[in-house]
Design a protein around this ligand. Structure first.
Ligand SMILES: [Zn+2]
Ligand SMILES: [Zn+2]
Length: 356
């Protein structure tokens, strides 16, 4: 069962939507226009219901199968861009300074729209598919906002599936692993308050830059000297702000960063394994068994989909983006060649999970 013919036929159209989203991009929870595109298209495809404003700007489209009653599954895509200046030079590149779809969420949204179109046309399943378009994946907690807003209960969602592109994994390939695939994340900010003064008289000051610098060094030892070596843990300092003059020791310094760990309740493991095996079988049906890595090593990039996986069992898969710049790189671009593979995966997940 390779990619679906209809999904292949759709590629140009879906790529057009993707490029439109690429150029008309928004950050965080403010994905108003992007959500409007999803809403408009969901209605045009004939979704039975399109609900907006979940978790502020999230959208859910409901598609009921024509083969009778059955379970409800959620398929999720993210919509937000990043505060990065794009350097791809593509004709559809962002024209907004410091905004760029550098994580491929334009592609994720477009592929799920393609799948929604297909599923609304064919409805070849028993039960219901909820297509979920979430805001604020990049640190704004959009997935959590939608869950807190009662999305799972409102639509009766029993299982959820997520997908993310992966540079350097060849197009037409998928990668998945049992258990946690991306890290749980926590952000921290530490403000070091000192006593500012003239740079020529440091003895009269308490220099917050020196203190904060030592703190950055100390934070590195959490992983190397405090954590159990067999447990995965990453601590990264990603911001250091202090001072604004050559000759002034500032009053304060601020450092911020992120802590990531893979630890998760063991109780869910069995269920998760089942979902993962199921999802990897679907990927193998679309891509061919040799093109699916079933036990990829976990990556330490955070994924907001973990909030949905905490609420419901499901699986998260990576789809090959081919040889491209890395995620969050200013030269990154989503690979439109991946579209038929992604659309086929979504359609087959729905038709397999909700087989009559
Ligand atoms: Zn990202
Ligand atoms: Zn992303």
């Amino acid at each position: 069962m390779p990619i679906l013919n209809r999904a292949a036929e759709m590629q140009e159209e879906v790529a057009g939507w993707r490029r439109h989203l690429h150029q008309n991009l928004e950050l965080n929870l403010d994905v108003v226009e992007t959500a409007a595109v999803g809403t408009e298209k969901g209605k045009a495809f004939g979704c039975d219901e399109v609900v907006t404003g979940l978790g502020r700007t999230g959208v859910v489209g409901v598609i009921r199968g024509r083969l009778g009653n059955g379970a409800v599954i959620g398929l999720r895509a993210d919509m937000d861009a990043l505060p990065i200046n794009e350097i791809t030079g593509k004709p559809y590149a962002s024209t907004t300074p410091n905004k760029m779809h550098a994580c491929g969420h334009d592609g994720h949204t477009a592929m799920l729209l393609g799948a929604a179109n297909y599923l609304a046309e064919t409805r070849n399943f028993a039960g219901t598919v909820a297509v979920i378009f979430q805001p604020a994946e990049e640190g704004g907690g959009g997935g959590n906002e939608m869950v807190k807003d009662g999305m799972m209960e409102r639509f009766g969602i029993e299982r959820v599936f997520g997908m993310h592109n992966m540079p350097s994994l060849p197009v037409g390939h998928f990668a998945i692993r049992p258990g946690p695939i991306m890290a749980a994340t926590a952000e921290f900010t530490i403000t070091v308050k000192g006593r500012g003064g003239h740079a020529a008289m440091p003895n009269g000051t308490i220099d917050p830059i020196v203190t904060a610098s030592q703190l950055v060094g100390a934070l590195q030892t959490i992983v190397s000297r405090n954590a159990d070596p067999v447990e995965a843990l990453v601590v990264s300092v990603t911001k250091f702000h202090a001072g604004d003059a050559y000759n002034v020791i500032p009053e304060q310094a601020e450092i911020a960063g992120t802590v990531r760990t893979l630890k998760k309740e063991v109780a869910r493991m069995a269920e998760e394994r089942l979902q993962t095996v199921f999802a990897s079988d679907v990927a193998a049906a679309v891509a061919g068994d040799a093109q699916v890595i079933r036990a990829m090593p976990p990556v330490m990039g955070g994924e907001d989909f973990s909030y949905m996986l905490e609420a419901r069992p499901g699986a998260f898969i990576f789809i090959g983006n081919g040889e491209s710049a890395g995620l969050h790189h200013p030269a990154y671009d989503f690979n439109d060649e991946a579209i038929p593979h992604g659309v086929s995966y979504w359609v087959r997940i729905a038709e397999t999970a909700l087989a009559a």
